[in-house]
Design a protein around this ligand. Structure first.
Ligand SMILES: [Mg+2]
Length: 213
C-alpha cells in the first residue's frame, strides 16, 4: 500500500457544523423550507438546461444573478416573489466551525502529513468562509470551484487538485460529507472518507494513517 502523504478536506459540512442545520435555521428566518429551494432549482434546471447553483459554484454567474434566478424559480412555488438577498449571509450566520475536524487537520500536520482544501463554493462568499478559521495556516493549497470553473463531483477538479499538490491519488485521503463527491474521488483511486459525524470521520482518517506508521 502507498504511503499516505496528504489529507484533502471539503469545507461546508465537514469543517463546519452541518449544512442541513444551517438551512433549517434559514427556513426559520425566511419561511422557505429547504426542499422548496431544491424543487425550485430542479424546475429551473429542467427549463434552462443548467442548474443555477452549479453555475454559481463554477463562477459562471454572479451571486446577484443566482438570487434573481432562484427568486424566479421560487415565485410559482410560493405564490409570491421572495426576497432572498440575505440568503448567503443568513446561511453563514447559522454555520459554526467544527472544532473536532479543524483539530484533526492540525494533528495530521504535526505528524508530517500535508493538508489541502477542495471546496464547491461561491466567489462572493470567499471572505466570509475564510474568516471562520485560519485557512492559510491549516492548508497549503486551496482549490475553490468558483475560481477554477469546475465543481465536485467532476473528476477534473480532483485531477487539478492532484496536479497542484503533485501527488498520486493513492497517496491522498479525501473527506467530504456528500457521498457523490466521495464516490468520484474513490473512482480516481483517492482514499475517500465519507463524513457522517466528527467521531466517525476522525476514526477513519486515523485508521488509514495509523496503518502505515
Ligand atoms: Mg460539504
Amino acid at each position: 500500500m502507498s504511503r499516505i502523504e496528504m489529507v484533502i478536506s471539503d469545507f461546508g459540512g465537514v469543517l463546519t457544523t452541518p449544512l442541513v442545520d444551517a438551512f433549517t435555521s434559514v427556513q426559520d428566518r425566511v419561511g422557505i423550507p429547504p426542499k422548496t429551494f431544491g424543487e425550485a432549482l430542479r424546475a429551473l434546471n429542467e427549463k434552462e438546461g443548467t442548474n443555477p447553483l452549479f453555475e454559481l459554484e463554477c463562477g459562471r454567474i454572479t451571486e446577484k444573478a443566482f438570487q434573481e434566478q432562484l427568486a424566479d424559480g421560487l415565485e410559482p412555488l410560493l405564490g409570491h416573489r421572495p426576497v432572498i438577498e440575505d440568503f448567503g449571509l443568513l446561511l453563514f450566520e447559522a454555520l459554526d466551525p467544527n472544532v473536532g475536524m479543524i483539530d484533526l487537520m492540525r494533528e495530521v500536520r504535526r505528524d508530517g502529513i500535508r493538508t489541502s482544501l477542495l471546496t464547491n463554493n461561491v466567489r462572493e462568499w470567499e471572505a466570509k468562509w475564510r474568516s471562520m478559521m485560519p485557512i492559510d495556516e491549516l492548508f497549503e493549497t486551496v482549490v475553490d470551484s468558483a475560481f477554477v470553473g469546475i465543481r465536485k463531483p467532476d473528476p477534473r477538479i480532483y485531477q487539478l487538485t492532484l496536479e497542484r499538490i503533485d501527488l498520486e491519488p493513492e497517496k491522498c485521503i479525501f473527506i467530504d460529507d456528500m457521498k457523490i463527491n466521495i464516490d468520484a474521488a474513490n473512482e480516481l483511486g483517492i482514499n475517500g472518507v465519507h463524513f457522517r459525524d466528527t467521531a466517525q470521520a476522525r476514526a477513519e482518517v486515523h485508521a488509514l494513517l495509523g496503518n502505515q506508521s
